[in-house]
Each structure stands twice: as C-alpha cells, then as structure tokens.
Design a binder for this molecule. Structure first.
Ligand code: KIV
Length: 263
C-alpha cells in the first residue's frame, strides 16, 4: 500500500491488512520485496533494538534514526511511526515540532497511544494533513500505570470505555486504530462499529488487519513466547547454528578456503 486512504478501501473490500514492525535497513530491504502492506517503526525499537525494559525509553532522536534507516529501503509501502512517550503531552508547538521531525525522516503517518486527552491534538493533526493511527487496549507507554502486559477490557465497564474511545478516535480523524491485547469479541465489536480499519495484536481474528513485531514473528528471542505471537521461523536457533558453524570452521581451519581467498 502506498497511501493511507488504501486502509479504508481495504476495509470496504473486506481485504485484510498486514503490518509488521521494522527498525533497520537490512530488514526493510526484505520487507520491501514482500507482500506485507505497511510498516510500523514502533517505539518497541527501544526494547527490540536497544534492550530497554519498556517503550518509555524511546525518544524522538531514536525514532528518527530508525525511520531514516527504514525509509532508505522502503519506497512503495506506507511507513507509520510511533510518537514516543510523552511527546503528545508537551505544548502543541513542541509536539508538532516532534511530529515534523518524524515526518521529515520519512514517515507517512504517526501512531499515538490512547484517546482521551489526545483528541484535540489528533483533530488538529488530521486537519493539518498528518495521518494519525490510534492505539487502544494495552498501551505500552503506560506500562508503569498498568503494571504488566495483561489483557485489557475484560470487565464490561473497561470494554465500554475502549469502544467509546475507538468511536472518538474515528471522529477525531484517525485513519486506523491498533487494538492491542483485548478479548477477540471486543475487538470484533469495535471493528463492526467503526468505519476505519482496526489492526489487531493479541486481539483475535475479527479485526481488519494484524500487526506483529518482526523479531517476534521471526522467532529471534527464545525467551519471548506470548500466546498472541506465532513464530514463522526459529530465527534464534537458525542464527545460533550459523554462528557456531562459522566459529567451528574458523577453529578447524575450514574457513576461509581457497573459494573465499584471493590469489
Ligand atoms: O511499538 C510497537 O511495536 C507497537 C506494536 C506492538 C503495535 O506499537
């Protein structure tokens, strides 16, 4: 997909939307050749690429560095980037200056976590021509308030609040909403209630699309096995095996051979 308007078109045509996170040039080159619809430079970069314990540690400079790298390889897919922790709670002019940096680094749209308290900003941005993706359910930037990465919206009062927020985000002009870690029935209900597409992660198969962290679907972390992730590769094992084969070849004088040497 090249334009955010295609998100709604896909929903109209009942075609599912696939998103994956990406933070680096080499992975982005492969994604650019794939059928994946759109790329999210998520603030999960703070955890996946930098080893921080949560996304609170992502900053504008970090995000722009990753967006730039991804943009060098992705030419014809939409790039959405997270607005990092607290950036949307600054003065409007500071927030807009941060978003300006994100967009000039190569993003086509920004993702903002939460609804209440952000609706005026989202309306201002969408009216200014900046596409905004919402994010409800588990909002990882609030992990210190939530306590743990647990399913949200199990109680009917919580579920109603998430539905209300989804409607408000649509009214504020969001072009899509990520629904993270909520029961599948709730995600389906939201999906049928709003016209903009819902993109699920840990939200079942009733959403209009799915997003996964690239390293999770590639199985790069053997210790990370949440219920909602499907590993399409055992990237951890495959990489470890390759590294150990290389090491063995070096110590046994099997690499380099004449094939890899210059006469
Ligand atoms: O930062 C991220 O990777 C995300 C996805 C989990 C949706 O926000």
């Amino acid at each position: 997909m090249k334009y955010v308007s295609e998100f709604s078109l896909k929903k109209l045509k009942s075609e599912k939307i696939s998103l994956v996170t990406c933070y680096d040039y080499t992975s982005a080159r492969i994604i650019s050749k794939s059928d994946i619809d759109a790329v999210l430079v998520g603030d999960s970069a703070a955890m996946v690429m930098h080893g921080f314990e949560n996304t609170v540690h992502a900053e504008i400079q970090m995000m722009c560095y990753h967006i730039n790298a991804v943009k060098r390889a992705i030419k014809d897919k939409i790039i959405i980037a997270d607005l990092p922790f607290l950036e949307h709670k600054k003065s409007t002019s500071d927030t807009i200056s941060s978003i300006d940096k994100i967009m000039k680094s190569g993003a086509h749209a920004v993702k903002i976590e939460g609804a209440f308290g952000n609706l005026n900003l989202i309306e201002t941005l969408t009216k200014a021509g900046i596409p905004v993706m919402g994010h409800l359910g588990l909002t990882p930037q609030s992990i210190n308030a939530i306590g743990s990465y647990k399913v949200q919206g199990r109680k009917s009062s919580e579920a109603e609040l998430i539905i209300e927020q989804a409607v408000e985000l649509e009214n504020a002009g969001c072009f899509a909403i990520v629904l993270e870690l909520i029961p599948k029935n709730l995600a389906s209900e939201i999906t049928s209630k709003i016209k903009i597409p819902t993109i699920g992660i840990g939200a079942g198969n009733g959403t209009d699309g799915q997003v996964l962290v690239l390293q999770d679907l590639l199985g790069m972390n053997e210790d990370f096995n949440p219920k909602f992730v499907k590993k399409y590769l055992n990237g951890y094992e495959a990489t470890l095996r390759a590294l150990n084969s290389y090491h063995k070849d070096v110590v046994e004088l099997k690499f380099p051979t004449d094939d890899e040497s210059f006469t």
